[in-house]
Design a protein. Structure first.
Length: 73
């Protein structure tokens, strides 16, 4: 049996929730999670529970923003 692990905030996360998305929706979710600086799991949990998503700037977020702006231009 595998060891039980806690997340960064010392919580047990033992429940799994799954859902289906179109490829376009999945792509949009990937972009939004990347731009927020959160993991996809943390981003989805924050949005589903109607919590405010606070962007924590770091080099990954800067690079994601730069790439998205280049795609728009």
């Amino acid at each position: 049996m595998s060891a039980r692990n806690k997340d960064k905030k010392n919580r047990w996360r033992s429940k799994t929730v799954g859902f289906r998305m179109s490829p376009e929706e999945a792509g949009q979710l990937d972009i939004l999670a990347r731009l927020s600086g959160l993991s996809k799991q943390d981003y989805i949990i924050s949005k589903v529970l109607d919590k405010e998503v606070v962007i924590k700037p770091n080099p990954r977020v800067y690079k994601a923003l730069k790439n998205e702006l280049q795609a728009v231009c």
